[in-house]
Each structure stands twice: as structure tokens, then as C-alpha cells.
Ligand binder design. Structure first.
Ligand code: AMP
Length: 384
């Protein structure tokens, strides 16, 4: 029997993960108590997920390595969405891959993603495909300034994009991005950004964590505050998620990132994986996004996604704050990914838990002053 048809559930189950970054590491940490064993495929010899399992060191487009991984495990998944199609296909030939490659195809190209969401009646910001300078000028005529020019593929954390406010920005952005397939999006003067993370089991059962308010700095997620939106917004987001998950016959955790503008939700992008804005679920929900992803892909019953109190996540980008001072803040959970520090690199996070919003705010102010940098200002914007 090939691995593809082997029933997978329970202790001893071997899980292959394409990608060995911090998301893979947190999957490993969640899976060890469930009795799972992990093999990560990653080009880096020091991939931080390898602390929780074996490492197959190879490039992501190395199809032979993907086949080798598939032969070693019962089920495969990934911790990033830019998995090359040829590697996903090689995995799918040999073992079960969840989420399946149709979800990867939907999320890898911003144009395909927006066309799909639009066809499903899910609102997105205005957008136009840009393949030439003439296209760009026409797109700007119809969407107007300001707008955001983005590469269709491989952009993340604000990379591969530029805000166009005037002709000068246009020239600069065109010099930087011409040569890639592009998309122009209307600039959304959002009141807030938020994300919905949900999980769908193989039998179609779905659960979602509360909608989470997110604050970005330089395009990188900095703070996540769950459970602060009203029921109506929660239910509109959940309906969009349900429509997309059913369309894809999805299995595993799926993330939808939204802009909130005039009470309306517009989808910025989707990620067919566990997500940075759900890290608070490790310490602040009954069952985390990582555990529920593993439960879903191994056909185990899904866990409860309720919050256990109030939570706020701080992302550590480029440097860790003074650990001992931070850990002296009551209710703090510290996560160090074991990665070397580099500007713009996500190297850890902390989740602050509290019994009430007042307590959370007090702890957050204290943690923000320990962390310094942009944190005190961003925190104020969160509660403004
Ligand atoms: P992305 O890589 O598309 O998630 O973009 C990173 C961040 O840039 C988002 O979280 C927003 O803060 C900002 N951004 C991206 N697209 C737009 C847009 N169309 N309008 C306004 N801000 C945007």
C-alpha cells in the first residue's frame, strides 16, 4: 500500500513538512505530545524546526528530495505557500498532502487569488493585471493614486511591493519591479487590519479562532490582538472563510487577512497554512492553530478554538528584547525560535495573557517599554 492510501492518525504518525522555519518548529512542538514524529525538508543546515525532528537538507524545488520525504512519512504539509508546483506534485503522487496543491495554486499568485475570491463573491480591493508599462498607466487611470504595485508571486511581509502616490513613485517602482509579473491594487485607507484563522477537517467540520486585529510596521506583523471585534463582523468573516474552504475542499489551517474599511471587510490575501497572526493561540486558546492543523491532516477530532482569557502577541523582529525584564511581566509567554538575529527577520514572539482587558493593557504597556523601538507607539495606535 502506498503512503497515499495509508490511514494516518494517532501516535507514531510521521509527518513531513516542506519548510523548516519557525512555523514548522511550532508544528513540531505541538505535535510531539500527540506522539507524532517529524521530518522537515529545508535548504538550511540550521533550519530552526530541526530541533523538533529530522532534517532532510535540500532545495524546495529538488523533486527527488520531495519524493524522498514523501517516502519517509505518512502525511505531508508545508510551512510556507511558495512550494514549487513540481515538488507539491511529487509529494502528492506518493503520500497525502494537506492542504492539497489546489490551495497552493490559489495562494501563490496574487492575480489568481483575487480572481478566485472575486468569482466566489468575496470582496477584495480594486486590482488590475500589469504586464507592461502601458498596462500600468491604464491601471492607474482606472484605480487612481494612491495605489500599490506588487509582484504577483513570491512577495511577503511587504517585500516586492511599492506604494504609488505620484508620478515619481511610479518611475521608482517601475525601475525596481519591471521584469516581474505585476498587479496594481487600489490603496485601501483601512481603519484596521485583521485576520481570520480557521481549520477544516477531512470530513468537512470547520472551526475558527476569534478574528484578530493586526498591526504591521514596514509591512511586517508586529502586534496581534484577538477577540476585539463584534459578532456581526466575526460572522461575515466566517462566511467568507466557509465559502473558500468548501470551494477548495480544504483540509488544515487556512488564514484570511482583511482590511477593515467603513465597516466592510476586504480580503488582502490568503495563506494556506498556520499564520503569524495566530501565534497567540499557543498560549491563549484551548487548542492552538498548530495542534489543530495536525489534528486536521491526520484525521483526528478538531480541538476547541475558544480563547482562554485576553491575549496580545508581540513579534520580535531583528532583535530580542531583554528577556529577563520581559519575562518579569506577569502572564508573559516567551518564544525564542533559536534563529540568528538579522534586521527584518522574525526571531521570536511573546504572548501576554490576562484575565481582563484592563490587566492586558497594563501588562502590554510595561512590555512595550521593555521592548522599546516602535512598540510604545504601535500599542497606542491599537487602543486609540
Ligand atoms: P501584503 O504583503 O500584501 O500582505 O502587504 C503587507 C502590508 O502592506 C499589509 O499588511 C498592509 O499593511 C499593507 N498593504 C498591502 N496592500 C495594501 C493595499 N492595497 N492598501 C493599503 N495597504 C496595503
Amino acid at each position: 500500500m502506498s503512503n497515499r492510501n495509508r490511514p494516518v492518525a494517532g501516535a507514531g504518525c510521521r509527518i513531513g513538512v516542506l519548510g523548516g522555519g519557525q512555523l514548522g518548529r511550532m508544528l513540531g512542538i505541538a505535535g510531539i505530545p500527540l506522539g507524532f514524529r517529524f521530518v522537515f525538508l529545508d535548504p538550511a543546515a540550521d533550519a530552526c524546526a530541526s530541533a523538533t525532528g529530522d532534517l532532510l537538507q535540500a532545495g524546495f524545488s529538488d523533486v527527488d528530495a520531495a519524493r524522498e520525504l514523501a517516502g519517509l512519512v505518512d502525511v505531508a504539509t508545508f510551512d510556507f505557500e511558495n512550494v514549487p508546483g513540481s515538488s507539491a506534485a511529487a509529494l502528492e503522487e506518493i503520500c497525502a498532502l494537506y492542504p492539497a496543491s489546489n490551495a497552493l495554486e490559489a495562494a501563490q499568485d496574487r492575480l489568481v487569488e483575487k480572481d478566485l475570491l472575486t468569482s466566489l463573491g468575496i470582496p477584495v480591493p480594486g486590482y488590475r493585471c500589469v504586464s507592461s508599462r502601458t498596462d500600468l498607466l491604464e491601471a492607474l487611470d482606472s484605480l487612481g493614486y494612491p495605489a500599490v504595485l506588487k509582484t504577483r508571486r513570491l512577495g511577503y511581509d511587504g517585500k516586492g511591493q511599492a506604494v504609488l502616490r505620484d508620478q515619481e513613485d511610479l518611475e521608482r517602482a517601475w525601475q525596481k519591479l519591471a521584469g516581474s509579473e505585476l498587479i496594481l491594487e487600489a490603496f485601501v485607507p483601512f481603519e484596521a487590519e485583521c485576520s481570520l484563522i480557521a481549520v477544516r477537517a477531512r470530513d468537512g467540520k470547520t472551526r475558527a479562532w476569534p478574528l484578530t486585529r493586526n498591526v504591521h510596521s514596514d509591512g511586517i506583523l508586529t502586534l496581534s490582538l484577538p477577540g476585539v471585534f463584534d459578532e456581526d463582523l466575526e460572522s461575515r468573516a466566517a462566511t467568507m472563510m466557509q465559502v473558500l474552504m468548501e470551494h477548495l475542499d480544504y483540509c488544515g489551517v487556512l488564514t484570511m487577512e482583511f482590511f477593515l474599511l467603513d465597516g466592510k471587510l476586504l480580503v488582502n490575501e490568503i495563506a494556506p497554512r498556520v499564520h503569524n497572526s495566530g501565534h497567540w493561540t499557543i498560549d491563549g486558546a484551548v487548542c492552538s492553530q498548530f495542534e489543530n492543523h495536525l489534528r486536521a491532516i491526520t484525521a483526528m477530532p478538531l480541538g476547541n478554538t475558544d480563547m482562554t482569557g485576553c491575549s496580545l502577541m508581540f513579534n520580535w523582529i531583528g532583535r530580542l528584547p531583554d528577556r529577563d525584564k520581559a519575562m518579569a511581566v506577569p502572564g508573559l509567554h516567551w518564544h525564542d525560535y533559536g534563529k540568528s538575529a538579522r534586521p527584518g527577520r522574525k526571531i521570536g514572539h511573546a504572548t501576554l495573557n490576562a484575565a481582563s482587558m484592563e490587566e492586558l493593557k497594563a501588562g502590554a504597556m510595561r512590555l512595550a517599554s521593555v521592548a522599546g523601538g516602535e512598540f510604545p507607539r504601535l500599542l497606542k495606535s491599537l487602543w486609540a
